[in-house]
Ligand binder design. Sequence first.
Ligand SMILES: [Zn+2]
Length: 152
Amino acid sequence: MSETKTRVPAVPGLFTLEPEVALVGSRCSDCGSYFFPREQVVCRNPRCRSSHLEACELSRAGKLWSFTSSAYKPPPPFVAPEPFEPFALAAVELEREKLVVLGQVVRGVLPEALRVGMPMQLTSEVLEESDSQVLMVWKWAPSGAASIEAKR
Ligand SMILES: [Zn+2]
């Protein structure tokens, strides 16, 4: 991969890559509820309904709340490596917000390696590369595994 290409989120606005990968959610300034993906119109807390919502970066760490295996290839616009490799899906409870956020687990970490309650962290992986840029996605990794993944 060329170091001169710009790395951009595959879905703009859902997460940032600089200075490090972070999910972009929102926080209601009246009741303190957090939302992901970002809520922009009205707070979904039925006892609040405020429209004072601010974008914020969510915790990059949490604990594994549940997980499953995806053994089939999801339909487009999902981009899967060819040949398709099964992957794990993790639901992670964010450290500070206590929101449960579903996401793919990094390549090479299958469900056999996961345990409910284990610490997880947010990381990023290359989705596809064009002539001018590298499209990135965010993923979950067991804490400590993200650095191993990045060295490959
Ligand atoms: Zn609210």
